[in-house]
Design a protein around this ligand. Structure first.
Ligand code: MRU
Length: 366
């Protein structure tokens, strides 16, 4: 997507320096900082500290991490150690393990001297595939928005609600939940997006930054506002992303997604999830029982981060000192609350049958 007239992906390989370039998302939406990632430790830190974040982007970053590892030492043992180190960075988004396993399956059968080149080629392929998957998700999601727009008086916007940031910076490009929004806007369909702030990390501010950069009308709302807006008929469609979707269509996404799905269900608002196939965990059926939920630092809850009037970034404590805080980072929305899954192969029911019909090849391989 474009920032100040320049097209960026959220990561790219610098051939001259043999390093990965990332946008350090800790500084967004206030500063657009580009940073090189040059060692395996730096790759792991970038994911742990959420300099890069969002399930598809975490997967693509890990693939480049494996490319670096293969360049440094292509032996089986070194690659396995790199797999372990990167896989331990974040536990919930399945794209991480998906990308790491794909690297191992490709590299281990090769002679050691061929592995570095093959690993970089594969990382590029994973990044390019992500862009195409998300573009396609956008074309299918666009049909939903178009159908709603067709039933409204001319010029009246379709009102969408999204949670967290499933935007272009959470992927390599386009985003998942945002791709239909970008494509609807570009097709001249008027839309307005309610953007959940998404405490504690306020990923909604990233979504607001993205949508604003693209000229899309939006309002940033507190996490608790969505139910009220739905009750008052102000939301036509919810689209969120996902960090891991089970073979029966349970959706694990940023904490608070489940409450939005409950409110949508209670108010008859369609609740769709933009789902790239690398985010499906075919080994898991019941998401509530089986998906590990990341528990993050309590300081993300006890404090808020933002720009001070001085222009510096600052942390302010909001709780009494010493208050115990809980910080589960994701939750699971059971499939019965999900109207449909928007994938790169079309839209399906959030069910084992729906996913199996669209992805018979992947289910066989799992
Ligand atoms: O903790 P984060 O910021 O990595 O969580 C991101 C999300 O929950 C996104 O909704 C999800 O990864 C989908 S991104 C296309």
């Amino acid at each position: 997507m474009k920032i100040n007239g320049t097209h960026y992906r959220s990561l790219w390989w610098d051939e001259d320096q043999s390093v990965l370039m990332i946008i350090d998302q800790r500084w967004l939406p206030h500063e657009f900082r580009i940073q090189p990632v040059a060692t395996l430790d730096e790759f792991a830190t970038a994911i742990v500290e959420m300099r890069v974040r969002g399930a598809p982007l975490i997967g693509a970053t890990a693939a480049y991490g494996m490319a670096l590892a293969a360049d440094l030492d292509p032996s089986d043992n070194a690659l396995k150690a790199a797999w372990e180190q990167l896989n331990a960075t974040r536990p919930t988004a399945i794209n991480l393990r998906w990308a790491l396993n794909r690297c191992m399956e490709t590299l281990i059968p090769l002679p050691e001297e061929d592995r570095a080149k093959a690993a970089l080629k594969l990382a590029h392929a994973i990044a390019d595939e992500d862009v195409e998957i998300n573009r396609r998700i956008g074309t299918y999601g666009l049909t939903l928005i178009r159908d709603i727009a067709a039933k409204k008086p001319a010029g009246e916007p379709v009102r969408l609600l999204t949670h967290c940031n499933a935007g272009w910076i959470a992927t390599v490009d386009w985003g998942t939940a945002t791709s239909p929004m970008y494509q609807a806007h570009d097709a001249g369909i008027p839309i307005h997006v309610w953007v959940d702030e998404t405490r504690p990390r306020n990923q909604g501010a990233l979504t607001a930054w993205e949508l604003g950069s693209h000229g899309i009308s939006h309002s940033y709302i507190t996490d608790n506002a969505g139910g009220h807006l739905m009750q008052h008929g102000q939301v036509d469609l919810v689209i969120t992303g996902t960090d891991r979707t089970t073979r029966q269509g349970d959706v694990c996404n940023k904490i608070g997604t489940y409450l939005k799905a409950l409110a949508a269900h209670d108010n008859g608002v369609p609740f769709y999830v933009a789902l790239p196939s690398p985010t499906i965990d075919w080994t898991v059926t019941d998401g509530v029982a089986e998906i590990p939920i990341e528990d993050r630092d309590s300081r993300e809850v006890s404090h808020v981060q933002g720009v001070l009037d001085s222009g510096d970034m600052g942390l302010a404590r909001v709780t009494p000192e010493g208050t115990a805080c809980g910080n589960p980072a994701f939750d699971v929305t059971p499939n019965r609350l999900v109207t449909g899954l928007i994938t790169e192969r079309g839209i399906c029911d959030a069910s084992a049958e729906g996913l199996a019909a669209l992805f018979p090849d992947l289910i066989r391989k799992a």
